[in-house]
Design a protein. Structure first.
Length: 527
């Protein structure tokens, strides 16, 4: 374990790597599925050379260096090299193209871009609109003038960055407006990993399997950061594969792994195999931890501890479940060592009672254990901080035991007949209808005085399949309270989405009821 875990002034991941390289030099740090392995000493040495190469290009502390890289050892060399230099890593989602890619590059104005060859052609379509980039370094082993130049560079020997210095910028993928760049101090990055170590009781006997993108906080900070702080090893897949998941978990000897979002559904939908229990996993950190999935994790895969959490790029992970205390559907309890969590009325700021729905609000206890703001957007930073609380925009509630439950994004909560209804709950109610590929629930204005909203669905069917309005009504009548049953449905070929596959419900709400919309009122006994 890193010797300075109790001193936030030393929460700097490059410093952790330096210490682990000295103490555990020959111990494996990371192994790529089907690829090579790097020890702690090798990772530290090569990161120093990357920092040295960048320094020779005139890049220094505080300069922005964008990374558009797949999960790979080159990603890790670049990440640790940039942060060792004290520069700021701008982590680009590898799914971005066109204007969605141009925005974070122009917003962050990097002096250098490190990019995989497979992504390089995407620059051609936007080059005329891009902020000038002094150095574009391609990770092609055959080109010494590209990123591979680190191999001939001397190791950087300058000072370590401080805990309050910005380590990276990650861009949010909000469903409205342009993504905002989250300024993440080194201590904030460290605390993502330390929270995992602390709440999953990570020991020297553990091994992490990482299949989530390293360009996001879960893969890079919650998982790999925990590996680094604990001084253990990780196995990394270049890209998530549902069909390979159980084989990877078994062959790697992993004791810990994380899943996120739809990945849970993709894995549990895989055909059963005789290897489903032939693994060493002792804990799975699954967000969200839906009760139906949690049952599969325990019964089919025999995973003893299925733990959830709640967090955002901005606020770290302030809620964790507890091993040995299963709570399907809950986010967890406040991580009280480092965060305060409250459910508050989003309009008045009043703290809500047990089981009352309000906004999940967070504030940190550790210095620099939170974002430093939104890059270039001071007004958005101030807007998020009100009444000395960071307002997440997420609706939630607490139970009598102090567990917090996520309800929905506040903008996705629907108010109908005096009831607050979660769009997520509505969508889950229809998810098992054969023929439905994707579904989104959202509010449209009601023509009934006092009705507040009507509920509308946008449904994408499997190719060649169809679902009738009568099936929707019958299913809702069996599964849902009357106030939550949808009034309208649109059958569409696709849903509008962000570059990270979040449904742009603002676009759906704006479109509203159209001539193609089916009004289900005539098929319902009660609206």
């Amino acid at each position: 374990m890193y010797s300075e875990v109790d001193n936030p002034l030393h929460w700097v991941l490059p410093a952790v790597l330096a210490e682990q390289a000295e103490r555990r030099g020959d111990h494996p740090f990371v192994a790529m599925i089907g690829g090579e392995t790097l020890t702690y000493a090798a990772m530290h040495r090569e990161a120093g050379q990357v920092a040295g190469m960048l320094a020779r290009l005139g890049i220094g502390a505080g300069d922005h260096v964008a990374l558009m890289l797949s999960n790979s050892l080159d990603f890790l060399r670049a990440w640790f090299g940039v942060t060792r230099l004290g520069a700021v890593a701008v982590l680009l989602n590898t799914e971005l193209t066109g204007a969605f890619l141009a925005h974070p590059i122009n917003d962050s104005a990097p002096r250098a871009l490190i990019i995989d060859p497979i992504f390089y052609p995407r620059l051609d379509d936007i080059r005329a609109t891009l902020h000038p980039i002094a150095h574009i370094l391609v990770t092609d082993a055959a080109r010494s003038e590209g990123f591979g130049g680190w191999r001939e560079a001397p190791a950087y020997s300058g000072p370590m960055p401080g805990a309050s210095d910005i380590a990276c910028i990650m861009y949010t993928s909000g469903t409205t407006g342009a993504p905002k760049g989250v300024l993440m101090p080194h201590a904030h990055c460290f605390l993502f990993g330390y929270g995992t170590v602390d709440n999953l009781a990570v020991t020297a006997d553990d091994h992490y399997y990482i299949c989530l993108p390293l360009s996001h906080a879960n893969g890079l900070l919650m998982q790999l950061g925990a590996v680094l702080i604990a001084g253990i090893s990780a196995t990394i897949r270049d890209r998530f594969s549902a069909s390979a998941w159980i084989d990877d978990v078994c062959s790697s000897g992993a004791t810990l792994t994380n899943t996120l979002g739809a990945i849970n559904a993709f894995i549990v939908a895989q055909p059963k195999t005789d290897r489903d229990r032939d693994h060493r996993l002792r804990a799975l950190l699954a967000s969200p931890n839906h009760p139906d999935h949690e049952r599969v994790w325990r019964e089919r895969y025999a995973i003893a501890d299925v733990v959830s959490g709640f967090g955002m790029t901005e606020v770290n992970i302030p809620l964790y479940g507890a091993p040995g205390d299963p709570r399907p559907g809950a986010c967890g309890k406040p991580y009280a060592r480092f965060f305060e969590v409250a459910i508050r009325d989003p309009e008045t700021g009043r703290e809500m009672a047990v089981d009352e729905t309000g906004e999940i609000c967070i504030r940190p206890k550790a210095p620099n254990g939170f974002m430093a703001g939104y890059h270039g957007l001071p007004e958005k930073t101030v807007e998020a901080w009100r009444d000395l609380w960071f307002h997440t925009g997420d609706a939630g509630r607490t139970d009598a035991d102090g567990y917090v439950y996520f309800i929905d994004r506040i903008k996705d909560c629907i108010r109908r007949r005096g009831e607050n209804i979660s769009a997520t709950d509505i969508e889950m109610s229809f998810a098992d209808i054969p023929g439905i590929d994707e579904i989104a629930a959202y509010p449209v204005p009601s023509e009934i005085p006092g009705g507040e909203d009507e509920i509308m669905l946008a449904i994408v069917c499997h190719p060649g399949a169809s679902v009738s309005p009568a099936e929707i009504v019958a299913h809702a009548g069996r599964r849902m309270p009357r106030y939550a049953q949808p009034r309208y449905v649109d059958f569409v070929t696709s849903l509008p989405k962000t570059s990270t596959e979040k449904v742009r419900k603002a676009d759906l709400r704006k479109a509203g009821v159209t001539p193609a919309t089916v009004d289900l009122a005539a098929l319902q006994d009660t609206i």
